[in-house]
Design a protein around this ligand. Structure first.
Ligand code: ZN
Ligand code: ZN
Length: 263
């Protein structure tokens, strides 16, 4: 399994794209930036999108991903559907407030009800589904709106994407149950001075993150990847992250590809 970082920041700025990860060729985790990171051809291979929660930085590109898929190309029989996997409450919010024919067309009934661009598929926490050979399990995390981490499993290897989260025990409990955990992407959004804001908004600072990752039994062995840094604070964040001296820690950027187990 290959995980390609398309965007990994908690803010959008030139050179810094919002969160989105491409798993192999056809699965996306969150939709902060895929239409800016991928060619039309690459976008055509995407058939599954796992949405952790409905904050705009994780869903905005659903609009343009769907729009880019809408026109059937002449003479080509292309499978157009993208299945969106997320909590039922997130589906309800997206349909009422986003793809509501006001902010953006409802691509769950376009071009027709029987052959839509987007299909909404509710996930149930802790239940696994298999898409394109990857087993995906959602795990509730600590954020002001309903939000789930996603655990990916392939060839007996597990990998966890925390999505946006503050202090949580549940994620680490599940992580510690895995026999062959190969890595975890974890929230690290604000500098240490913003700890109060981090608690209110369900995020982590370098100091809070450092306490969180020590809940991992295999601390030091399992690679930790940080994401969701606020771009305007990167310099200070890097200093504070380095000061925590966490082994096997990696700061994600938009050039990173993570190979999990065998490719
Ligand atoms: Zn969020
Ligand atoms: Zn976010």
């Amino acid at each position: 399994m290959r995980i390609k970082v398309l965007g990994c920041y908690g803010g959008q700025l030139r050179g810094y794209a919002l969160s989105s990860f491409l798993v192999n060729e056809s699965i996306l985790l969150d939709a902060g930036c895929p239409t800016r990171a991928l060619t039309l051809e690459e976008q055509r291979h995407i058939h599954h999108l796992f949405v952790s929660h409905v904050h705009l930085d994780h869903i905005q590109d659903i609009a343009f991903l769907a729009d880019n898929r809408a026109l059937k190309r002449m003479g080509e029989d292309v499978k157009r559907t993208i299945s969106i996997h997320t909590l039922q409450e997130n589906i309800d919010i997206i349909k009422e407030h986003f793809l509501n024919d006001l902010i953006w067309p409802d691509f769950t009934v376009i071009p027709t009800v029987d052959d839509p661009i987007l299909i909404m598929q509710p996930v149930t926490p802790y239940e696994s589904i298999v898409v394109d050979g990857i087993k995906v399990t959602s795990i509730p995390v600590a954020h002001p709106v309903p939000c789930t981490a996603f655990m990916l499993e392939d060839n007996g290897c597990q990998f966890i994407y925390s999505a946006d989260t503050g202090v949580t025990d549940e994620l680490w409990r599940v992580a510690n149950e895995q026999a062959n955990l190969k890595g975890i992407i974890i929230d690290c959004s604000f500098p240490n001075a913003y700890e109060k804001l981090a608690h209110i908004s369900g995020h982590l600072t370098p100091h809070l993150m450092a306490q969180e990752v020590k809940k991992l039994n295999a601390y030091g062995e399992v690679p930790i990847y940080l994401y969701h840094m606020k771009p305007e604070t990167m310099e200070l964040m890097i200093q504070q992250i380095e000061a925590e001296r966490i082994p096997n820690l990696h700061l994600l950027d938009q050039t990173v590809e993570i190979l999990v187990g065998e490719a």
